[in-house]
Design a protein around this ligand. Structure first.
Ligand SMILES: CSC[C@@H](O)[C@@H](O)C(=O)COP(=O)(O)O
Ligand SMILES: [Zn+2]
Length: 221
């Protein structure tokens, strides 16, 4: 028999959902101002805090929206399978399955951010045949939790399969719990963390490394 939720449980859940939507809105605004959502690209998600024993809830951006403007229908809730958690006419991001693949495999994942930038696309193309790109000798890799002298971070790159379930599976297969990101070739990056703060820091560190690497290669020519 379905257990009815108490009014208090529902009130707490609603507060957490509102918080997740506020957090997403703030990040969306910030990244949009940086030009990180060109042509409606990109998507964001946050795992809503729910009471123990309650089903997982993911707050995710709606599909196909101009992420530089705000509307009352920018975010919705999905379950861990990527299906809307409540009846709605909103459509979750077309790439929701990539988010849920990451939440399912990375236990403490709390937020996932996906952006298309020229730098991340160039790096994914330059190193795509190798299936990964490595960075070492950069102070900023500490922001990715690599602290040891001479540490090397290897960021996986997967082909940009048009079939999203296949793409989500490919992303799921290369996930490394120590590396909070995956590049999709000529598409963009998914970066995540165990908090919104960490996911943002990771994404910014990756984008810094991509820009550095692209510019270095140009300067060497
Ligand atoms: C408009 S190009 C980008 C899309 O194809 C997709 O890759 C993307 O990042 C945004 O899709 P969305 O469904 O809005 O989340
Ligand atoms: Zn995309």
């Amino acid at each position: 028999m379905t257990q009815l939720k108490s009014v208090e449980t529902i009130r707490v859940e609603l507060e957490q959902i509102e918080q997740a939507f506020r957090d997403l809105r703030e990040i969306k605004d910030l990244f949009a101002k940086r030009g990180w959502f060109p042509a409606t690209s990109g998507n964001l998600s946050v795992r809503v805090k729910v009471e123990e024993g309650q089903p997982a809830l993911i707050a995710v951006t709606a599909s196909g929206k101009d992420k530089s403007i705000h509307t009352p229908e920018d975010f919705l809730l999905v379950d861990l399978e990527g299906k809307p958690a409540f009846p709605t006419r909103q459509r979750p991001s077309a790439e929701t399955l990539i988010h849920t693949a990451i939440y399912q495999k990375i236990n403490d994942c709390r937020a996932i951010f996906h952006v298309h930038t020229v730098a991340n696309n160039l790096i994914s193309e330059l190193y795509g045949d190798q299936g990964e790109v490595s960075f070492t000798g950069h102070e900023i890799i500490k922001a990715l939790n690599f602290w040891e002298e001479g540490a090397v971070i290897q960021l996986p790159i997967v082909p940009n399969y048009a079939h999203i379930p296949a793409l989500a599976e490919a992303v799921g297969e290369v996930l490394d719990p120590r590396v909070p990101g995956v590049l999709i070739r000529n598409h963009g990056i998914y970066a995540w963390g165990d908090s919104i703060f960490a996911a943002k820091r990771h994404l910014e560190a990756f984008e810094f490394l991509f820009e550095y690497q692209v510019k270095l290669q140009l300067l060497k020519k």
